[in-house]
Each structure stands twice: as structure tokens, then as C-alpha cells.
Design a protein around this ligand. Structure first.
Ligand code: ZN
Length: 288
């Protein structure tokens, strides 16, 4: 049996592309540092809107298959080898945006039994034994049903795994400090004419924006900015990348953050904002 790396980070996301947008620099950093980085994506995002006209014929299962290939390419850019679909590819369907009829599809993730999905994720937790879990807040960052469900499943899985012998020492939610978002959008307003985009999104379109004092960790991804942009570009059906900006299918420009932010929700918070998600963990102590 090969020895597991000492530091192990698990990220749980809703669709292929969410990981690169939210955590691309963080994932690249820890992979480069030799930590084990495990990504679990809950759906293949087969109801996503496709940006490039030449790929718009892809819908449903064909789009899901294509997005799995995009995810594979993105993980290559970030140096992440361990990525999985919850319950295997296609186990849970994309639920589409909140309020549409697709939300009622019994095969979609929004309709999944939380305990059942969490049990599948708990198996991964018990296998990997991560010290750090990263996922979304209770609103899924911005209210998409699959993101909300991802939050519920991830938090429940952490409980189930704890009851079965592996309590994850630190749990974080993805965040962006309001002042950082506001400054970035102010800069974007001045630079918009020099970008390929004609309109800008707004601060409140960015998932996870909160008051600055709720942010407890900040990962400077400057050294991994190129890798993050490349990973985002690999999700070509979903993201139009023009660093330091990008747009989703709504074509609204938004900042591409190379520093990524987190709020610690389980575990012991440091007095100052952390710059390492593994900060404060005692080596060896979490190894059992
Ligand atoms: Zn998503």
C-alpha cells in the first residue's frame, strides 16, 4: 500500500467548472506542494448553457460527457489527479437554475435524498481522511439548487464520517470579502472597454460575498494564476476567460480572483487571517 500524503484536502463542488473558478489557485498550490487534493463533483452539469456556438449542439448526456472531458483537462492544468463524480458519473443529474421544471426531475441532484448522497461522500472521506474540507455556504454561495444541495450533502457527510471514525478537523466555505469584490468591480468598470465583454456583472452576482470580518483565510494564488486561468479555459463550454476577467454564459464580465478566500466554520480559528488552510493542525495528530 502506498503511503498517503500527510496533508489532505477535499473539495466538494456542484458542477465541473465550479472548482476552477472558486479554488483553482488553492488546488494548484496544494497539489504542487505535495498534498493530496481530492475533488468530488456532484453532477456533470449537463443542463449548463453552452457558450461557443460550435458546441451548442451538445445537450443532456452528450454535454455531461463533454464536461467530464473538460474537467479532466482542467485537473491536468492544476496538477490534481484525484477527482471523482459523486456516486460515479451520471449518478446525479444537474438540476438547472432555481425555479425551473427541471428541478422536479427525480433523477436530479436537488431531488436526491441528502442522507443517501452524504453516505456516498462519507465513503470518500473515510478513504481519504482529509484534514480540510472546502464547500459552499448554506445558500450554495448564490442560490443554485445544486450548490445548496452540495452544501447540505457535504456538511452531512462530514457528520456521518465523524460518527464512523474520521472527524475532519477543519471545514471551510468559499468566500469573497466584500471590499475585495467592490474594489475589483470598480477596476473592471474602468477597464471594461479594453475587455472582450460589453457589460459587467455586479458584486452581488459573485457567490459567497460577505463582510470582510467573516473571512478567516486567504490563499495568495499569484504563483498559480496562470494555472487557474488555464483550468478555467479548459471549461470552454461554460467560461469565457480574459484575465483578469471572465464571463459565464450570461456574458457579463466579472473579476478572476487569483487570491482565494475562505471562512472557517468547523475547527479552531486563528487570531489573524490564515494563509494556509492546514494552519494550526498538529502534524501527526490527525494522522490516525
Ligand atoms: Zn455550479
Amino acid at each position: 500500500m502506498t503511503e498517503s500524503p500527510a496533508r489532505r484536502l477535499l473539495l466538494v463542488h456542484a458542477h465541473p467548472d465550479d472548482e476552477s473558478i472558486n479554488n483553482g489557485a488553492t488546488m494548484a498550490r496544494y497539489a504542487a506542494e505535495g498534498a493530496r487534493v481530492t475533488l468530488v463533483t456532484c453532477t456533470l452539469g449537463e443542463r449548463g448553457e453552452v457558450i461557443p456556438p460550435e458546441l451548442r449542439h451538445l445537450t443532456g448526456a452528450a454535454l455531461g460527457e463533454h464536461r467530464l472531458a473538460e474537467l479532466t483537462a482542467a485537473m491536468g492544468e492544476l496538477g490534481v489527479e484525484d477527482f471523482r463524480l459523486l456516486g460515479g458519473p451520471g449518478r446525479y443529474g444537474d438540476s438547472g437554475m432555481m425555479g425551473i421544471a427541471d428541478n422536479d426531475d427525480p433523477a436530479c441532484f436537488w431531488q436526491a435524498d441528502v442522507d443517501e448522497a452524504a453516505a456516498l461522500l462519507a465513503e470518500v472521506i473515510l478513504e481519504v481522511r482529509p484534514q480540510v474540507l472546502v464547500t459552499y455556504d448554506e445558500n450554495g454561495g448564490y442560490g443554485h439548487p445544486d450548490h445548496i444541495q452540495t452544501h447540505r450533502v457535504a456538511m452531512r457527510a462530514a457528520e456521518l464520517a465523524a460518527a464512523q471514525g474520521w472527524e475532519i478537523p477543519k471545514v471551510y466555505w468559499n468566500r469573497v470579502p466584500r471590499s475585495v469584490a467592490e474594489e475589483a468591480f470598480a477596476r473592471l468598470a474602468g477597464e471594461l472597454s479594453g475587455t472582450p465583454f460589453s457589460k459587467a456583472a455586479a458584486v452581488d452576482d459573485v457567490p459567497g460575498v460577505v463582510a470582510d470580518d467573516r473571512v478567516t483565510a486567504e490563499i495568495d494564488g499569484t504563483a498559480y494564476a496562470v494555472a487557474k486561468a488555464a483550468a478555467m479555459r479548459a471549461h470552454a463550454t461554460q467560461i469565457d476567460v480574459a484575465p483578469p476577467y471572465f464571463a459565464l454564459s450570461n456574458e457579463l464580465a466579472q473579476p478572476l480572483f487569483t487570491t482565494e478566500y475562505y471562512e472557517l466554520v468547523r475547527g479552531k480559528a486563528a487570531a489573524q487571517r490564515e494563509n494556509d488552510l492546514f494552519a494550526g493542525l498538529v502534524p501527526g495528530k490527525e494522522e490516525s
